[in-house]
Design a protein around this ligand. Sequence first.
Ligand code: GDP
Ligand code: MG
Length: 196
Amino acid sequence: MAKNLYLLGNTGSGKTELIRRTHETLGGRLAIRAVYYQPQSIFDLERLRAAGIPAVMNNGNLQVPTEPSPDDLRELVFYELSGRTGYSLPKSHDDILRVFVFSVTEGDEKPLKYPRLFKEVELVVLNKIDLLPFTDFSVSRFQNRLRTVNPGVPLLKLSCRSGVGLDNWRNWVLRLFGYHDVEKSQILPSSQFIRG
Ligand SMILES: Nc1nc2c(ncn2[C@@H]2O[C@H](COP(=O)(O)OP(=O)(O)O)[C@@H](O)[C@H]2O)c(=O)[nH]1
Ligand SMILES: [Mg+2]
C-alpha cells in the first residue's frame, strides 16, 4: 500500500528537513518519494534529490491516487505544501494523512490565533525543540492551547537538527504500514530537552 502524507505548515517550519530525516531514519524500510508544491523555488527540490529522494515539482492541481495501491508496494509519498497551499485540501481517502509541521520559533499562541490550521489534521509535529532554551515557547502552554482547538490530535515533539524525538516520528510512520517491531533510538528522550 502507499501512504500519502500531506506536510502542511509555514515556510521554514522544517518540512523539507523532516522528509530528509525520514529517509535517513527509515534506512530503506519504505520507498519514499516527494511531490513539492512551491513553484517559486527549486532549492528544496534539489535538497531532497541530494539526499537521494526522488522529488518532483507540481505546479498544477494536487493529484493523489484515488484507488488504493497494491499491498506489496510499501511507499511513502510526501506532499510538501507550504503556506496556504494545503489548507483547503480534502482528505479524500484513508491513505491520506495530514501532518501539520510547526516549529517552536512560531510561538505557542498560534493554535488560538489560527485554530483552523491545527484542526483538520491527523498529526501535529512540533519541530525545532533544540531551540527551546533560546525562546520563551512553553510546550505545556502550547499543548493546552492545541487541546482546546483539537482535543484528540496526537503531538510529536522533535528536532530535525539534533535528532531528538525522530524515533517517535519514525515509529508513527512505520505503524501506518503495520510495522510493530518499532525501536527506540539511542538518543536521549525528548523530555530532557523540554522546559515546561
Ligand atoms: N535549529 C533547527 N533548525 C531546523 C530544524 N529543522 C529545520 N531547521 C532549519 O530551518 C530552516 C527551514 O527548514 P526547511 O526544512 O527548509 O523548512 P520548510 O520551508 O518547511 O521546508 C532550514 O535552515 C533548516 O535547516 C530543527 O529541528 N532545528
Ligand atoms: Mg521546504
